[in-house]
Ligand binder design. Structure first.
Ligand SMILES: [Ca+2]
Length: 497
């Protein structure tokens, strides 16, 4: 209350006539626990992303003019949360969009901010309270761990709304969160803990069971210590093709996609090398590793899911892309054991997971299934996940959805507030062999502002820049079902059921 009144007074003091402030005048804003570091008028087409290489190709030459505000927020004595707020100089759509981060973040999400700005949004992003992509910031810094877990996002929202109010002379008509992966985890944390922050929330491929995913990564890492368990990209392709070949038609349509992974029955042992065979087959250690990727892991208080059949291409825990594997290792080093020298060989994965849900490790998870405070305010939650996600299990998304349904007392109780869209063949947050490109924020705007809940979302797949397939994504547990005639590459020939 105190803060709200302070800001109303400040806004009036700077621009008593128009009810809106100039960009420069925002420098004089004061917060009890934050400082304005810089304020800059950015002319149309001139924004250079910090850290981007060279003068060309930062993809932001089309940005309209905006007021760029940089803030440092310190809700605790050990906090150092960097926030940027961008305010369109003209044609503000009267709305605010916060954008999420990835992995351990430690940087501002400029690309996502640019997307929001292009749509006329006032937008903001935070570095979540530290610099760089490692979790080493958390060791010995419990307040910084809290900042990463949830506080930096909420701080960003409070400060951003105040700055929007000071600049335009009015608060945003609608406020949205848009994030995927870590940003999907942040999305759910916001819905669970700060139900008044947003009118609509996009939670993409959420890493909501953050500690469980780390345990999965470490379990796989242990197996990879043995060289003969590692899969080359060529063997991943061999495996993937075998899985698709076995399960494609089981969902009712042979289209190269597995739309019902739960119905897929596949035993990786069928690929095990026969006598004398050494190429195009899996060693016994590789078969074990592959089975581990799919299998759930029993933790102290719950079970965390393995990856789905069809997700084999670019399995990130195998280390071809460093992020997922390192995210799990960092989690154990800096949030579970507080030991930078900790190695995967030290863990007994069957007995140690008890520590995962405690302290700094557990507070990152976004597993609370009571979303009633958010829903009762009219909040809308649009969640999506690719069935072929090679990093975060899509089964986490379906499990969470079902738990929320149960907590709310039935699907009918929440269908006006929460919908989950599973995308067959989609990889992590986009890409993959299935239709994976769709308008998330536009869909959410229709839902929040016009009351049109999405009964389907048309997604497209492109090859070489040309769209070669469209398909509706359906509210879970519905699946896009072929009507029986017409091209299987056109959304109009499918119905959700
Ligand atoms: Ca199929």
């Amino acid at each position: 209350m105190f803060r709200t009144m302070t800001f109303a007074a400040v806004a009036m003091a700077i621009a008593p006539l128009s009810g809106a402030a100039t960009c420069d005048s925002l420098k004089s804003l004061t917060f009890p626990d934050a400082t304005i570091d810089s304020v800059q008028v950015v002319a149309a087409g001139t924004f250079q992303q910090p850290g981007a290489r060279g003068g060309r190709g930062n993809g932001m030459a089309d940005l309209p003019a905006f007021c760029r505000v940089a803030i440092t927020s310190r809700p605790s004595s050990d906090s150092d949360i960097k926030i940027e707020v961008w305010l369109p100089a003209e044609n503000w759509n009267q709305k605010y969009q916060a954008v999420g981060n990835g992995a351990w973040t430690g940087s501002i999400g400029y690309a996502a901010m640019a997307d929001a700005l292009r749509r006329g949004y006032a937008t903001s992003s935070t570095d979540t309270g530290h610099v760089g992509g490692s979790a080493s910031f958390a060791m010995g810094h419990p307040e910084k761990a809290i900042d990463f877990a949830y506080r930096s996002e909420h701080e960003m929202v409070l400060k951003s709304k105040a700055i929007v109010n000071a600049f335009y002379g009015s608060t945003p008509k609608y406020s949205y969160w848009s994030g995927c992966s870590a940003g999907g985890r942040q999305a759910l944390k916001e819905a669970q803990m700060f139900p008044a922050d947003f009118d609509g929330i996009i939670a993409g491929s959420p890493g909501a069971d953050w500690s469980g995913r780390s345990a999965q990564a470490v379990r796989v890492n242990q197996l990879l210590e043995k060289e003969d368990s590692r899969l080359t990209p060529a063997l991943q392709k061999l495996l993937h093709d075998a899985v698709v070949n076995a399960c494609d038609a089981q969902d009712g349509l042979k289209d190269g996609l597995i739309s019902k992974p739960a119905a897929c029955k596949f035993d990786p042992a069928v690929l095990e090398c026969k006598n004398g065979q050494s190429a195009d087959c899996l060693s016994p250690a590789q078969v074990t590793m592959v089975k581990t990727m799919y299998s759930p892991l029993k933790l102290h208080s719950r079970e965390t899911a393995g990856l789905a059949y069809g997700s084999e291409l670019n399995w990130t825990d195998l280390g071809w892309s460093q992020s997922a594997r390192a995210t799990g290792l960092d989690h154990y080093r800096y949030l579970v054991f507080n030991d930078p020298e900790w190695a995967v060989s030290k863990v007994n994965i069957e007995t140690d997971p008890g520590k995962l849900d405690e302290g700094a490790s557990g507070q990152i998870n976004a597993l609370n299934t009571d979303l009633k405070p958010f829903f009762s305010r009219g909040g809308k939650l649009l969640m999506y996940h690719g069935w072929a996600d090679p990093q975060i299990s899509p089964l986490n998304a379906t499990t969470y959805y079902e738990q929320v349904v149960k907590a709310a007392g039935g699907a009918g109780k929440i269908s006006g507030s929460y919908r989950l869209f599973m995308a067959p063949g989609m990889a992590h947050c986009g890409g993959g062999e299935g239709p994976n490109d769709f308008d998330k924020i536009g869909t959410l705007e229709q839902w929040v502002e016009k009351g049109k809940a999405p009964d389907q979302i048309v997604a497209s797949h492109a090859k070489g820049g040309a769209v070669d397939r469209t398909r509706p994504l359906c509210p879970y547990p519905q699946v896009a079902t072929y009507k029986g005639s017409g091209s299987i590459d056109e959304a109009a020939n499918f119905v959700c059921k």
